[in-house]
Design a protein around this ligand. Sequence first.
Ligand SMILES: Nc1ncnc2c1ncn2[C@@H]1O[C@H](COP(=O)(O)OP(=O)(O)OP(=O)(O)O)[C@@H](O)[C@H]1O
Ligand SMILES: [Mg+2]
Length: 386
Amino acid sequence: MFGLMSSPMASQKREKLITSLPPQLRRHLKIRAFEHGLDIQDATEHAIQAWYEVEDVPEVDTTGAKTWGTFLPSGEPDRFKSTCSERGVTYVQGLAQALTLWLEEHPSPSAPLVAQPVVRVIVANQKGGVGKTFISSGIAQALAESGRRVLIVDYDPQGHLTAELGFEDLMYEDGVETLMMHMDGTAKGDVRELLVSLGGERFGDRLHLLPASDDAFLRDVALSKVSFSEAALERALEPLEDDYDVIIIDGPPSLGLNMDTALYYVRRRDGELADRSGVITPVWANKASHRAFRLLKTQMDDLCRKGRIQVDYLGLVINAYDSRRGKLVQENREQWEKSSSPSVLAVIGDLKEGREAADGEIPLLEYAPDSEHAQVMRDLAKELAV
Ligand SMILES: Nc1ncnc2c1ncn2[C@@H]1O[C@H](COP(=O)(O)OP(=O)(O)OP(=O)(O)O)[C@@H](O)[C@H]1O
Ligand SMILES: [Mg+2]
């Protein structure tokens, strides 16, 4: 996504510096580097060089820092580490100081040219059962709890999300219009009529669901008859966008036209900042997940190339992680964390509250607001630029 300009530094031999960064700082760095036409690694290198020249840098809050790595010219990681030791700061603190200084000295070149549109996110992986529904629902709840207006779209024909939130009956209603009808243009009514509001004091009527319907299984076939089918979901959801800060799509466990419409919908729009809208992919720490991710990436790259669009990877979430499952699992996690793109936004343990909430058809943040699972969702929600 980045690396639009190749710098002369790119040809030098580089060494990896692995440390941690707080999520917000990482996101600001990514966006600001992009705005200045710089690689993240070049921006980081400049930041560290400038930090060497400044004494008494104020301490930066690094809570929530997560593993992060970048490549620096040969010898630089060692120089950075010894400077940190001389100054009596941790590597995390040193890097956070350097990047904070860099951000202060490199303000956004201009205010965005257009008002920033609603944030559109799909939680996607064609692999089944990896936690798409669990994560899209959890992030949506956490964002609503923090005051955002959130629409969550059950875009999986199986309708698990709809059922887990207690609205299964809506999927089989006769004589009502459906999302598919709004996608193929046969609906007469307002798409708002499809929405339901999730109760619960902590959501304050800010969390709405667009439920699945039983015609969704035929969506791929139906879409093949629609002209400009990639834009079908966009046509259906556009009238709702002004009502929300963020729209989250719970993706299907399949690739195909249905998935293409969702990927197309979350593309970066003209004038939209990078890494606001895009794709979050839950993965497991195993080999099959790596294969599945490569397949998803191929599909995305293909759609982007053919459609002349850009879809941003917002990051991966390693889900249902249990280090007791042995060395292979741990190595696998490290493998995800070491590859620089997309970054790992969170590691979620295998915990019982998520399952219990789903079985009981109660939103997780209502069922177990103080649980580790709920907290993980709040942290993950902070990764989004909403
Ligand atoms: N971190 C976790 N800890 C415990 N249970 C989890 C966790 N993540 C997901 N689950 C449970 O695992 C099951 C599968 O998760 P989920 O339905 O979110 O996956 P999915 O990717 O949406 O599946 P599908 O492809 O069928 O849509 C659910 O019962 C869910 O409650
Ligand atoms: Mg699901």
